[in-house]
Design a protein around this ligand. Sequence first.
Ligand code: NAP
Length: 294
Amino acid sequence: MHADALKLSPTVAGLWRLGEWGLDTPGLVRWIEQALELGGTSFDHADIYGGYTVEARFGEALAAAPGLRERLQIVTKCGIKLVGPARPAHRIKSYDSSRAHIMASVDASLRALRTDRIDLLLLHRPDLLMDPDEVADTFRHLLAAGKVLHFGVSNHTPGQLALLRKRHPLVTNQVEFSPLQMQALADGTLEQCLDLGLRPMIWSPLGGGRLFAEGADAQVQRVRAVLGEMAARHGVSEATVALAWIRRHPSRPIPVTGSGRLQALREAVDSQSISLTAEDWYAVWQASMGHEVP
Ligand SMILES: NC(=O)c1ccc[n+]([C@@H]2O[C@H](COP(=O)([O-])OP(=O)(O)OC[C@H]3O[C@@H](n4cnc5c(N)ncnc54)[C@H](OP(=O)(O)O)[C@@H]3O)[C@@H](O)[C@H]2O)c1
């Protein structure tokens, strides 16, 4: 496998909130086709989204529109065990990176998504009991079987990523990063991606909607004021500037959007062609932190 052979679109569409969008299967087919027209060809899932229901909804859309699967890339995740009616055997919420769990989870995702392959599989959260040799061996098996084409992690520390990457190629770390949540800048996560040439995937790039929600706290108000000024200057929306701010990092982050509105996806795609100056970037950093750099 070549770690650089995976082609994700520069904006990835996240399906976590699909249940809130009120789309039936024909509506979801249209939504996927419109996303593809905008250039968003990669779709981010997890086995657990919607209480283990979202992958199957997407799979119904793929089955209803033959040919669609060949035009898109599917990212999904495994490793979290949720308690609920879909998985009655789970007694408590926990993480599981055992060979048995990963294999079963991949088979369930393939069935739900009605596809024969996952383009990119991520370990959703770091399993404190992870045996990296067992995970690497499982990844090799899934690759040889043609079930998964590429592998990565999500929410892993640089040390956890390194532990696994020593044993198997990884293509990304999907982490939270936004003008409201900048931990990945401070804890070495983005630097490691840059060093290893892995493009990080970014979840909740708009703070999970907090950036635009009612009742903004002082941090949000400061950030919105700065984004608003830049948005006016560039003639784009504040969301576009927020995503351009994320993209400005040299690790070339790939934002994963969370909205079901096509306009929001369009605004995310627009951010691909906005280049912020370093001073503009630091103005957002300063607004978020509430103080200038030392
Ligand atoms: N790996 C992980 O652990 C992890 C964790 C969380 C999420 N994810 C992935 O990341 C994706 C994105 O996360 P997220 O949903 O939290 O992303 P987000 O873009 O930070 O938040 C999306 C939310 O913001 C709202 N919103 C308000 N104003 C908006 C605007 N102007 N433009 C766009 N959205 C606006 C959206 O509502 P409307 O729909 O009304 O626009 C939606 O509820 C998820 O779908 C999932 O695929 C991964």
